[in-house]
Structures are given as C-alpha cells and as structure tokens.
Write a protein that binds this ligand. Structure first.
Ligand code: C2E
Ligand code: CA
Ligand code: CA
Ligand code: CA
Length: 279
C-alpha cells in the first residue's frame, strides 16, 4: 500500500510538473510569438437570416507553437490575460483585423463589418480607447466598421468598471455584442444598463436545439428577451440545417457556425463572401 501511495504521488507530481512546464512554455512562447509574428487570424462569417448575405466576419486568433504545435485560444488567452500580454496581443489583433478589412475593401468586397473579440482586461486599460481609435483611422476605417465581442461573464463581473468605456466605444460608432450569452447570469435590469446592440447565444444552447426541449426553450427565451430590448440575436455554433431552420422559426437574426464555414484564412474567407453576397 505504501509503494502504491508513492506511485500515485509520483504520478500526480509528474502530471503537475508537466502542466507547469507547459504553462511556462506557453507564457514564454507568447512573448516570442508576438515578436516573431507567429500569430494568424482566421475569419468566420456571420449570415443574416433575413437576406442570406454575410454582413460580418469574426476574427479568431491562431497560434502555431514551434514545440507544442497549434495551440487553441482557449488555452493561451487566459494566460495572456494573467500576464498582461493580452494588451499588446489584443492591439495586434485589432491592427491585423482592420488591415484585412481595408484590404478587402480595396479589392471591392464591401458591406462587411469586422467582429473582434476583446478581453475585459483590454477594456480596463486606460490607453485602450485611444489606441483603438488610432488603429481604426490609420486603416481609413471608422467605428461603424467594427464590432467588439465581450463575454457575458466578464462584463457582468466588472459592470461598474467597464460601463464608461462601453459608452465611449458606442459613441464612436462601434457595435457591441455580448458573447457566450446565457452562461453568465445577466439580469434584465443590468442588460438594460448596457449600451449594447446584440447578443450571441452560446454554442452550448444551440448544439442540440432540435432534440433538447430545454435548450430550445432557452434559445427562444433569449431571442424574445433580446428583441424586447431592441437587440439583434446571433446564434453561434450552428452546425446543421435543422438547427438553422429551428433558429429561423424562432426569429433569430443571424447565424454563425460550421454549417456556413469554419474559421477560414483570409483568402478563402474573401472567396466565400464574394460568392455568397453575389447571389
Ligand atoms: P468565441 O468568441 O465564443 O468563438 C467561437 C468559437 O467557436 C471559436 O473557437 C470557433 O472556432 C468555434 N466555432 C465556431 N463555429 C463552430 C461550430 O459550428 N461548432 C463548433 N464546435 N465550434 C465552432 P476558437 O477559435 O477556438 O476560439 C475560442 C475562444 O477564444 C473564442 O470563443 C474567444 O473567446 C477566444 N478568442 C479567439 N480569438 C480571440 C482574440 O483575438 N481575442 C480574445 N480576447 N479572445 C479570443
Ligand atoms: Ca466571439
Ligand atoms: Ca461565443
Ligand atoms: Ca466562447
């Protein structure tokens, strides 16, 4: 029994060491990656259900680590937030996404807005608003070309601290969306206080909307609540035609997900936008 206990201990301590090492590797890697340009953006279209056209694309970060391979944002964004590296990384994302939108415009792809994920840590940085404005203008764009997505839990946990910056962003013409909606306990009263224009229904509620009555009711509820506040509703993670039909019947405004396209490199996204919007 004694040796078994030690083996168990060794097993866990090795696992913990591995975790710590990997974390350190990611943290140091983030710094290098920023310096050496190892990040990319992929773009996932959002389709307007009323017209069938692509009205915006969401920029999603991709990172190929030299040792660990492709690392998904769910693993490195939290570390970037803890280490404040999210501030320079977030500005890189804004710059890159604005550059892409400008390039598409120059190529004749018009009428598309760029949706960008921002961490609440960025919103709390005093320099954020000015930095964003100068990036947007450097690319000859305006606030109305940009949508910012902020997760529900992050907004609600920092409501008083982010309210002023949200107002400034809104006054600048930026569209504000609450991401992962339904997972963060917003009350109607608090939602009403925010200068937001849209809600994105979290993927976990969309996943089995055709079969799970509970999730279907939650989606219906979010759509009704959102519309009563004058908000647009976007469903994320739509993978099947049946999910699309169910959401369309419920009055959802737009969808995003593998049914339309996975997040794509810029050139493939451009081809898709041209093809879909030409119809
Ligand atoms: P999110 O903003 O909720 O993004 C949606 C995630 O769902 C993306 O994962 C996307 O690839 C994935 N997805 C889209 N459609 C489908 C579908 O039909 N089925 C399934 N199973 N998945 C789908 P991804 O790219 O791994 O990003 C994960 C999260 O990382 C994002 O969640 C966002 O919170 C964060 N993130 C990504 N890029 C950035 C960024 O530039 N800045 C910040 N602060 N966060 C980012
Ligand atoms: Ca998002
Ligand atoms: Ca989301
Ligand atoms: Ca998410």
């Amino acid at each position: 029994a004694k040796s078994k206990g030690r083996n168990t201990f060794e097993f866990f301590s090795q696992a913990i060491n591995r975790g710590v090492r990997e974390r350190l590797e990611i943290e140091n890697g983030l710094r290098d990656a920023l310096k050496h340009g190892a990040f990319r953006l992929h773009y996932q279209p959002q389709v307007d259900l009323a017209t069938g056209s692509i009205r915006s694309v969401e920029a999603l970060l991709r990172w190929r680590h030299p040792v660990l391979g492709v690392i998904t944002p769910d693993r490195f964004i939290p570390i970037a937030e803890e280490t404040k590296l999210i501030l320079p990384l977030g500005l890189w994302v804004l710059d890159r996404a604005c550059h892409q939108l400008r390039t598409w415009r120059n190529d004749g792809i018009a009428g598309i807005r760029m949706a960008i994920n921002v961490s609440v840590k960025q919103l709390q940085d005093e320099a954020f608003f000015e930095a964003l404005g100068s990036i947007v203008e450097r690319h000859g764009l305006s606030g109305s070309d940009i949508e910012l997505e902020i997760t529900e839990s992050a907004i609600m946990e920092n409501l008083s601290r982010v309210q002023a910056i949200l107002k400034s962003l809104r006054d600048y013409g930026i569209t504000l969306s609450i991401d992962d909606f339904g997972t963060g306990y917003s009350s109607l009263g608090r939602l009403k206080l925010l200068p937001i224009q849209s809600l994105k229904i979290d993927r976990s509620f969309v996943r089995d909307i055709e079969t799970d009555q509970g999730n279907a009711k939650i989606c219906d509820g979010i759509i009704a609540l959102g519309h009563s506040l004058g908000l647009k509703i976007i469903a994320e993670g739509v993978e099947t035609a049946a999910q699309k039909v169910r959401l369309q019947d419920a009055g959802c405004d737009a969808i995003q997900g593998f049914l339309i396209a996975k997040p794509l490199p810029a050139d493939e996204a451009a081809k898709l936008i041209s093809r879909v919007n030409a119809i």
